[in-house]
Ligand binder design. Structure first.
Ligand code: GAP
Length: 456
């Protein structure tokens, strides 16, 4: 059993909210689910896309030393021999002689089966890569692997990217995509899955400048989470001990987050040296060196790799955003997601289902949805509808009432402090745009006024 961290949202509560509101479902649930695989629902896919877009903007769009890539999941099998995965991507497993369950040897405490107390076999190495076959014949010659990381797709394209973009060192290649690992120890919801997504950068630098660039990326990546609303006290850096480093790494820091079950890895930033390019040169016979115009020498660049999990980021953002407040109507559950990440940016809520409110409400809804993901909701009381939007993290609700028909103004209600302002419909889009981009809520557009919740 995982110990609950005091003051942290309970994992069960989060799982239940995700299911109830359409964020995340167990995979193929009607058949009983598939271990450590999950499906993202209508809100989950928006949140996940927003996380990936925020990452892409920060590491590709906002920088002139980065380009993107989308390599295929199936790669030439030699890739995984060169990378060391065929030989080394394995966990030691023991099997219970009684119930035949398998366990990671380093996770078994007293030498007995954690399920039935039975005797265990000696540890055997178990490779975590999923195998499949290309073509019609299922033999050893047609074996390929589902990639266990996106990184190798970048290394094998180093020369293609260099030749097609004429980038000079230092520069990097970014990629977002699925990865697959036949994990033995699963659990903790989307923290450790068998099919998951990574966001990886391979940043190529001159040897000797690697330590400086390593520090740069550790800072950049740490601040990315803070800028998207993660509380500083819930993030920390942990340097790997020498005996913990992967075979390719010279140095590595984990960005750890205080998940509901405790501090765990959110992202790893590694100094991979020239290991990968040298290995792929050796196994492919291709020269993957870089001609340095400054020194007129061929060099093998060093690589700094910030490697983040999309799903773990989603879990961290959801955990950090979850909040509850007691008030006279009971419990208000709020997802205080950063506006860039919130799946729905605004909800249009006519005060009631009265026919008279319909045309204007639909007009406002249809104009706003051209700009953002917007929901329309006219079911149940306005109070309940506000609560529903709070629980899914919608930053703003727009209410259309009978007065709106007269004065062509609507109310904007903010999720976090429940304050309300009233603004002319003609400046609604510009006002929402400003608020979604961080303008203080109390700042008013022309013709706007403070409405409710500003008393204190
Ligand atoms: N290319 C380096 C690499 O793959 P890693 O530490 O094995 O390094 C990087 O993985 C990130 O991918 C992790 O920090 C984590 O966020 C995510 N990740 C790894 N395995 C995962 C799994 N089974 N389920 C969900 N995310 C995973």
């Amino acid at each position: 059993m995982v110990e609950q961290i005091p003051g942290k949202v309970d994992m069960d509560k989060l799982v239940s909210l995700c299911k109830r509101r359409g964020y995340i479902f167990p995979s193929s649930e009607i058949y009983g689910g598939l271990g450590a695989c999950y499906d993202y629902g209508p809100l989950g896919v928006e949140l996940k896309n927003n996380v990936k877009n925020a990452w892409w903007k920060a590491v590709v769009q906002d920088r002139d030393d980065m380009v993107g890539l989308d390599a295929s999941i199936l790669m030439h099998p030699q890739t995984w021999v060169a990378s060391g995965h065929v030989e080394g991507f394995a966990d030691p497993l023991v099997e219970c002689k009684q119930c035949h369950q398998r366990w990671r040897a380093d996770h078994v405490k007293n030498g007995k089966c954690p399920a039935c107390g039975g005797e265990l076999t000696q540890p055997r190495m178990f490779n975590l890569m999923f195998k499949t076959f290309v073509g019609p014949v299922e033999d050893e010659a047609s074996v390929v692997y589902l990639r266990p990381e996106t990184a190798q797709g970048i290394f094998v394209n180093f020369e293609n990217v260099l030749n097609s973009t004429r980038k000079k060192l230092p520069f990097g290649i970014a990629q977002v995509g699925k990865a697959f690992r036949n994990e033995i120890t699963t659990g903790n919801f989307i923290f450790r899955m068998r099919e998951f997504e990574q966001m990886e950068v391979e940043y190529f630098v001159r040897p000797g400048t690697d330590e400086q660039w390593f520090k740069h990326w550790v800072d950049e990546r740490f601040n990315w989470y803070i800028n998207l609303g993660i509380k500083r006290e819930n993030l920390r850096l942990r340097q790997h001990a020498k005996d913990e480093l992967a075979h390719y790494a010279r140095d590595c820091y984990d960005i750890e987050y205080l998940f509901p079950m405790g501090w765990s890895e959110l992202e790893g930033i590694a100094n991979r040296t020239d290991f990968d390019l040298k290995q792929h040169s050796k196994y492919s016979g291709k020269d993957l060196s870089y001609f340095d115009e400054e020194t007129k020498e061929h060099i093998i660049p060093y690589v700094i790799e910030p490697s983040a999990g999309v799903d773990r980021s989603v879990l961290a953002f959801l955990t950090d955003a979850y909040d509850e407040e007691k008030d006279k109507e009971g419990l208000r559950v709020i997802l205080r997601l950063h506006p860039d990440l919130a799946p729905i940016k605004a909800a249009v809520l006519p005060l009631s289902r009265n026919e008279a409110l319909l045309p204007l409400s639909k007009e406002v809804y249809n104009s706003l949805r051209k700009c953002w993901m917007v929901q329309y909701d006219d079911a149940q009381s306005i109070g309940r509808r506000y609560r529903r939007q709070d629980e899914i993290g919608t930053p703003f609700c727009i209410t259309i009432d009978f007065q709106s028909l007269e004065d062509k103004q609507v109310t904007i209600r903010e999720r976090d402090k429940m304050r309300q302002i009233r603004v002319p419909i003609e400046v609604l889009e510009a006002t929402l745009d400003a608020k979604l981009n961080g303008e203080p809520f109390e700042e008013l557009p022309p013709g706007g006024k403070k409405w409710l919740g500003f008393e204190e």
